[in-house]
Every structure is written in C-alpha cells, then in structure tokens.
Design a protein around this ligand. Structure first.
Ligand code: MN3
Length: 380
C-alpha cells in the first residue's frame, strides 16, 4: 500500500454526506490515498451491505442489534457493532488517520471527541458537534494536535480562502442562498407547509437541514460553527444573502483584501478538500466554471422574517449551554414539522421560549451539555 495512505472511518455512510463521500473516494485518480477502515450507519442495512462489498472495511456499526446480526450473518469475519457504543468502537481506533463525521444530530459528538483524543483528524459534516460543544471539541483537537476540517461548503470556502491564516482576518462573510422563503412575506412563511419548505432552490440535502435552510436556522448554526472553527468573535462573522449560491463564502484580511471561493454548488468539492487537506487531488469531474453571463447579487438577511438567525447569533454570544438549547429545541421542532404536527411559526416560538427560560451554564462539561440537551428534548 502507498505509504501516505490514510486510514478513514465514515460515520453516517448511508446518509447524504456519507454516500457522496464514497463517490468522492471512488472517483479519486490516486486510489491509494485512502483505506476505508470502518463504516457506520443507522438502519439502511441494504445500502450498507453494498458499501461493505465495495469498500471492504474491517469494522462496521449500525443502529440496532437486529441489523448488526443481519450484517454478521452475511459477513462473518467483519467486526460488527451497534448503537451509540458502536460509534465509540469505530472512533476509538488508534489506527485511524481521519474520521468523517457525517451523522446528523447529537450522536456524532462523543465519537468525534474520542477520535480527536486519539489524534485522528476530523472531516466534520455534523453541525451539532461544534454548536453543542465547540469549546470542548476544539480544545481536544488542540491538545492532540489534530485538525478539524470542515465539510460544510461555507466553512470549506473560508478555510480555502483564508489559507488557514485566521489570525490575519478582519472578518468572514458566510453566504446564504436564502432558502425557498427568501421572497415570501413573514405571513406566507408562517403558513408554509412541509412540502413548501422542502423545495430548496440550490442544494440537494437531507430533510432536517433543508428545513433549517428554510428558516435560516441552518445559517445560524453555521455562524456558531464558524466562531469555533476559526476562533473568531461573532462581531467578525457576517451573513450575506446570495441567492445564486456561486460564492460559497469569503474572507476579508486585515490589509483589506477579500478572497472568496466560487463554483457551482456541489458537496463533492468540500468533502474532497476536507479529506485531502491541504492537498488538491484529481477526482470527480465537475463542469468547468465560467464567469461569463453570471450575475452575483448580495443582500443583508432579514432578521424580522428569519428570527432563527438572530436567535442563533444571540445564543452563540451568550455561549455556555445556550447553543445547546437552541439546537435541541430546534431539532425537536423540525422533526415535528416534518411529521406535519406543527408549523414554521411554532418552531420559531418554541426555540425563542426555551432560550428565554434557560440560564446558561458557563464552561459546561460534556455531561452538563448532554443533561441540558436531554432536559429540552424531554420537555418538548
Ligand atoms: Mn452549509
């Protein structure tokens, strides 16, 4: 095997990011860059079986015991785990060079910390990890001299544009497509159905993040993520509405120079950049970008129409366990919205109410973070 081959684990291999990550690996010209050591998924056993056949991992983990038994009966030599402990088994592997955290929700947090403590880099596609426990996660990375490499397209754009020189930045500009409700009135947004909210104009993503994009909560979570990833105060993080979604984000250096990362929307590029960082590799062919005929427009976000973004800034500035409340309340509400039980307005009102009732715990431990998370979920 090539001497620079990296041992890779993928959490969430059957999800939107996971499947695109495997597409990236298959398309890489240099097949010796990565060795897929382990895969973890929830309940899509059928797809996992195909992935095992193709990528031949040593270990896998699935959501429940029944699925684990099914996999074990087909692949008797494979190490098979399940549940939250299974994710820890995957992460707690000192042979790993990099782990892609592509699970959604809070399940990715503990395994991410575990892998970092073992010195593995993290290709991070899970927002909750930094939103809930940004201080703990970035500290774990620093202590182990491991890197947190963003997969989120905006943060990848900031990493690419800044060249990693975060101390030289005046500010960063995170772009937002504005989602399907950009040109709707506040009243129309509040009345919107699940089907309306799932019509995202630019990106094809999972359902939870698509709803978050419609309320701009996704952008709010990204602001908090950026604060931790790039060690920047909230005053230096701007959001610009950019419906064309061609400028994926930009940075302004202290000398006034602005550098942006541009391209047609594709998650393959940020996934590959995070995996191969700091190198550029030949991989998935994308159509060459042309500036000709393109129009780029930018606008300030409307906090009146999209209060979730404002709440996220405020929760981030307060810090401590406030972002945990923001994330948990929002997540519970989004799943209720997806089931048709509540409306957009209820998402906003519930998050607002939970934030206003919460007294933030400063410098929380992981256990305190999970306790707050659990408390909010139990209540809603
Ligand atoms: Mn994003």
């Amino acid at each position: 095997m090539h001497k620079t081959t990296k041992n890779l684990a993928i959490l969430g291999s059957t999800g939107s990011i996971g499947t695109q990550t495997l597409e990236v690996l298959e398309a890489l010209e240099n097949k010796e860059l990565f060795n897929v050591v382990s895969l973890a998924c929830g309940n899509n056993i059928e797809l996992l079986i195909q992935q095992i056949k193709k990528f031949n991992p040593k270990k896998v983990s699935v959501g429940c015991e029944k699925g684990a038994k099914e996999i074990k009966s087909i692949f008797p030599k494979l190490e098979v785990f399940f549940g939250d402990d299974g994710l820890i088994e995957i992460a707690n592997d000192t042979t790993l060079d990099i782990m892609l955290t592509g699970t959604s929700g809070y399940a990715g947090l503990k395994p991410t910390i575990c892998a970092l403590q073992n010195g593995a880099d993290i290709a991070l596609a899970n927002k909750e990890t930094l939103v809930m426990a940004g201080d703990i996660v970035t500290k774990a990375a620093k202590e182990a001299n491991a890197k947190i490499l963003p997969v989120d397209s905006e943060h990848s754009a900031i990493l690419q544009s800044s060249g990693g020189k975060f101390d030289d930045l005046n500010k960063i500009i995170i772009t937002a497509s504005g989602g399907p409700f950009l040109n709707k009135t506040k009243e129309e947004i509040f009345k919107a159905t699940c089907a309306d909210a799932l019509k995202h104009p630019r990106w094809n993503m999972g359902k939870k993040i698509t709803i978050d994009s419609a309320t701009l909560m996704n952008k709010g979570l990204e602001v908090i993520e950026a604060h931790h990833l790039f060690n920047l105060p909230y005053e230096k993080i701007e959001v610009a509405i950019h419906p064309e979604s061609l400028v994926h984000s930009a940075v302004e250096f202290k000398d006034g120079s602005i550098v942006a990362q541009i391209g047609v929307p594709s998650m393959h590029i940020p996934i590959q950049y995070a995996l191969c960082y700091p190198h550029r590799e030949t991989g998935i062919k994308t159509n060459s970008f042309s500036f000709i005929g393109k129009k780029l427009t930018f606008d300030t976000p409307d906090f009146e129409k999209f209060p979730c973004l404002k709440m996220a800034y405020e929760a981030g500035k307060t810090g401590g366990t406030m972002p945990v409340v923001l994330n948990a309340a929002n997540e519970v509400c989004v799943y209720k919205f997806l089931k048709g039980e509540i409306g957009i307005k209820d998402i906003i009102n519930t998050v607002e109410k939970e934030l206003s009732h919460h007294t933030s715990v400063k410098n929380p431990t992981i256990d305190e973070i999970f306790a707050v998370d659990k408390e909010i979920r139990a209540k809603l």
